[in-house]
Design a protein around this ligand. Structure first.
Ligand SMILES: Cc1cc2nc3c(=O)[nH]c(=O)nc-3n(C[C@H](O)[C@H](O)[C@H](O)COP(=O)(O)O)c2cc1C
Length: 268
C-alpha cells in the first residue's frame, strides 16, 4: 500500500515538473532590456554547467564559451554587433564558439592525427555550440533571467575573433546577452504548427497554403506598422528589402567564408 502511494506521489511530481518545464518554454520571449544589477557568479556557473549537459557530437564538446562582463570588453564587442544596445546594457555577454582547437591539440598530444580542417567539421562544431547556447538559454530563463541571441555574431565574426583573441580552429557562431529583465514584452507570433510539421514525408506548400499560414502574421498590428514605417507594400518586402537584403547576405557570406578559411575549416 505504502509503495503504491509513494509511486503515485513520484509520478505526480514528474508530471508537475514536466508541466512547469513546458510552460516555461511556451512563455519564452526575447528580453532586450536588463536591470542594472549583476548576475551572481553562482547563477552564471549553474546555467553554464546546465548548458554543457546538452548533447554533443561523439561527446567531443566541440565548443568554447567566452564570458564578457567588463565594460571595456563589452564596448569592443558592441562594435562587432552593430552597436545593438543589449551588449552594453546586459551584465553578461556570452559568445559561443565552434571550437576544434582544443580537441585537435588533445589528438596531437595523443599521437592521433586530427582530420577536422574541413567544412563538415565546422558545421559539426557549430551545431554543438548552438545546442549549448539554447540549453544555457533555457537554464537562464528558468532562473528568471532574460536572454537575447545576437545573429550579428556570424556577420562580423572576423572582428569578434580579434577582440576575443580566438585561435585557429575557433569560430564564434552565436552570442547571448543575459540579465535580469527590465521589460515584459508581448509574446511574438509563431506560424501554426501545421505549417511546420510534416507527416512522414515533406508536403510541399500550395500557394493557398502559404497565404493561409502567413495570414495571421501579416494581419498583426505590429506587422502592419512595420510595413507602413518602412514604406513597403508587404511584410515579406520588409524582410527582403530592409532587414535581410540580398547584397548584405552575399557580402557577409563572403566574409564568413574568408573567416572559415583563415580559421582552418575550408578543406585546406
Ligand atoms: C540565431 C538568432 C539570432 C538573433 N539575432 C538577434 C539580433 O541580432 N538582435 C535582436 O534584437 N534579436 C535577435 N534574435 C532574437 C529574435 O529576433 C527573436 O527570437 C524572434 O524575433 C522571436 O522572438 P521571441 O524570441 O521573443 O519569441 C535572434 C534570435 C536567434 C535565434
Amino acid at each position: 500500500m505504502f509503495i503504491h502511494f509513494a509511486k503515485l506521489v513520484f509520478y505526480l511530481c514528474i508530471h508537475k515538473k514536466s508541466e512547469m518545464m513546458i510552460e516555461q518554454l511556451l512563455t519564452h520571449r526575447t528580453i532586450r532590456k536588463y536591470k542594472n544589477s549583476p548576475v551572481e557568479e553562482g547563477i552564471v556557473n549553474k546555467i553554464l554547467e546546465a548548458g554543457c549537459r546538452a548533447s554533443t557530437t561523439g561527446n567531443m564538446q566541440l565548443y568554447s564559451i567566452i564570458i564578457t562582463r567588463d565594460e571595456k570588453g563589452k564596448a569592443a564587442l558592441a562594435s562587432c554587433h552593430f552597436n545593438q544596445p543589449m551588449v552594453m546594457n546586459a551584465p553578461l555577454v556570452l559568445t559561443f564558439c565552434a571550437d576544434f582547437n582544443r580537441f585537435n591539440k588533445w589528438c596531437k598530444l595523443s599521437n592521433a592525427e586530427p582530420g577536422y580542417d574541413n567544412f563538415l567539421s565546422f558545421v559539426t562544431a557549430a551545431i554543438d555550440a548552438l545546442l549549448v547556447a539554447q540549453n544555457v538559454t533555457i537554464a537562464a530563463e528558468s532562473e528568471g533571467l532574460g536572454v537575447c541571441y545576437l545573429g550579428t555574431t556570424t556577420y562580423l565574426a572576423g572582428k569578434i575573433i580579434d577582440v576575443l583573441k580566438l585561435p585557429k580552429g575557433v569560430v564564434p557562431v552565436t552570442t547571448l546577452t543575459i540579465g535580469w529583465p527590465d521589460e515584459h514584452p508581448e509574446q511574438v507570433d509563431r506560424l501554426p504548427m501545421k505549417a511546420i510539421v510534416h507527416d512522414e514525408t515533406y508536403h510541399d506548400y500550395t500557394d493557398d497554403e502559404i497565404v493561409a499560414y502567413y495570414q495571421e502574421k501579416e494581419n498583426r498590428t505590429d506587422s502592419k506598422k512595420f510595413v507602413a514605417e518602412n514604406s513597403k507594400e508587404t511584410l515579406a518586402q520588409v524582410f527582403t528589402d530592409v532587414r535581410y537584403k540580398k547584397n548584405d547576405n552575399v557580402t557577409f557570406s563572403n566574409m564568413l567564408l574568408e573567416v572559415l578559411k583563415k580559421q582552418g575549416f575550408m578543406n585546406q
